[in-house]
Write a protein that binds this ligand. Sequence first.
Ligand SMILES: [Ca+2]
Ligand SMILES: [Ca+2]
Ligand SMILES: [Ca+2]
Length: 352
Amino acid sequence: MFEQEDKKINPAAPPPVPAAPLAASAKPVPPGPAALTLKNAKAPIVLPEIHTMPEKLIGAPAGRAPVVREVVVTKEQKVAMPAPPRPPAKKKGNLILIITLVVVLLGVGASLVILYVPFGKKVPVANLNVNVPPPPVNVNTNVNTNVNENVNVNENANVNVPPPLPRSGPDADSDGLTDVEETTIYMSNPLNPDTDGDSFSDGNEVLHLFDPTKKSPAMLKDSVNIRVANNAAEGYAVLTPASWAERGSGTDQYFVDAPSGEFFEVLATPKPATQTIMDWYLATSPDAKASDVTSFKTYKGLDALRSGDRLTAYLDLGDKVLTVTYNLNGLTDYNFLTTFEMVIASIDRYKP
Ligand SMILES: [Ca+2]
Ligand SMILES: [Ca+2]
Ligand SMILES: [Ca+2]
């Protein structure tokens, strides 16, 4: 095959000449390139090295110099050299296929952009802002159905501030009796709180109807200094200072006047026996209020009311009310407040 092709390529080439035996003196051709001029070559061709085949391979007889064959490689032979192995066409095909697909996809994308994006309009830029929803607003839908039942009641509005107690006269020994009372009514010692020395003060004894100048059980009704006034017509009895003048108007009004001008009055007023003293008091006037008075029981056990200034008392005698009043009669100091309390304490039903 090789020779046949060689013949076809260069038919004009002369048949190979058998190599002439080299002279003994001939020097062996040194290896290296040799410049040969081909028949049709325009330029000298540098031939490859000429290799010397070992003699045993070319069948040289022993003792003979090895035959050196010159192998001439023609241009055509060089051209006919097999090309280096190419990469598998399959891989190249895959690469081409991938590139084709990418190009197709890019084309499709570009077509879509052209179709759906109107010309002359700005291409909207993707909104990268994230809308954060506003915080929820709590709406109170509860309806307050509570009813404020608390009502502020000013309980002080209708309470009359009681007037200051009457200013009492001097009491040197602080036994509850003024110096005037001790020296003009009871004849006790104004400088000794316990005149009779029974351990009870002079003032305390008078309030309980005892004689402060004599040891218990000496009573005021038995004292020469005290008068027992019986009002049989009105049905009551009362103790009054013996030194005070009595006067009266009819049977319902009884007065006793102090030498200084002050006086006490006892007024008898009929009332239904079943009516309480408070009901009677409230019925006396549209302006009368229960808060105006204070209920109390007298020393003799009568139901009674006392005014805020302690200068009037209402005593319940059943079918009558006794109104006892301390009248200062223009004076400034009350010198007989304890004596006034003694009169109220002494009032009792008349007992013939
Ligand atoms: Ca006194
Ligand atoms: Ca005294
Ligand atoms: Ca006493």
